[in-house]
Ligand binder design. Sequence first.
Ligand SMILES: Cc1ncc(COP(=O)(O)O)c(C=O)c1O
Length: 398
Amino acid sequence: MKLATKLIHAGVEPDPSTGAIMTPIYQTSTYVQTSPGDHKGYEYARTQNPTRTALQNALAAVENGKFGLCFSSGMAATDAVIKLLNPGDEVIAANDMYGGTYRLFTKIFEKYGLKFHFINMNDANNVANFINSNTKLIWTETPTNPMMNITDIAAVALIAKQHNIMFCVDNTFASPYLQTPLDLGADIVLHSATKYLGGHSDVVHGCLIMNDAGLNEKLQFIQNACGAIPGPQDCFLVLRGLKTLHVRMQRHCENGDKIANYLRNNPNVDKVYWCGFKEHPDYAVAKKQMRAFGGMMSFTLKDDSMEAANRVLSSTKLFSLAESLGGVESLIGHPASMTHGSIPREDRINNGLVDSLIRLSVGIEDPYDLIEDLNNAIGNPNKNIDIMEMPGKETVSA
Ligand SMILES: Cc1ncc(COP(=O)(O)O)c(C=O)c1O
């Protein structure tokens, strides 16, 4: 099956008791046994739940993996992967990933004797420089949050395999519509399903997908032993969200393209970070491993101050100022004070995350309404600006 068909059908069977086409929300904590140990495969709902099973199978299928495991959030999924490690083990991680991941690694796990190296992963060869006999895990996000850097997944996977190191890719920003890291050699794919997979900003959820049965068994043990599992209603919402992922993503990409091009033509905007620009330093890698370039982007203002950023952030009407991303509605955010507030200022500025950096999660509304909203908020010295490819709407008033 191709992706669009898998998104709608994979893992989901009509309910055996009624034929319900939608997987029911099995709101139960336990399952009756006929005699001790004689049951239908379900004993206790922390361990298994049929709504969760359907979602786990669907997620495995759409990421081209064999096994899927669901968690109560993206962070809970991350937490489970790190619990595979032992004191003294070392992790090589990308240096501009989601701030919460950085916080979990440094504020929770460092004190248990794990060592993290945060490095620039744009150049896969850089990874090799940090490998030693204690290295057990390589971790990246691509595109990264919020600088939209790209890791060459296949190149890093090759290095990881040569050294027998586990490689996990956070695929939240791309979704399986844009890239499938397991096909490129990653061992684990992670999602904050809160974002594109759920797609409607109505659920917090995380998942892991992998091919290796032994790894699945270890992570399933952690899932059950630690208990950070999602409720069945949350699984249902993600299962429903998945069914339209391809249609939503197509529009996110189209709108993203239009808005990135608009931004770079606005003289009040300084830099625009979007991996679909030919000038993006990692464009060739993005083009090789992604089907399109998505709706996530960041930009800075010529006036690089918190005040200027705040003016824009509090002026948009359609772009809502909020944490999160990947929903049908457009969001605007300020990484320095929101998602990445937990990273020390010096560290974030060194990684390009300056005070005026603004992140957009471009939704699937009408793109010209979105451009008009941004144009009003950012201002534009060109009174009437030409917007590329705006049939029937050649100008937007400043
Ligand atoms: C790339 C990425 N990974 C992981 C997470 C954490 O996911 P959650 O908020 O579902 O715990 C986020 C949250 O924003 C994220 O953006």
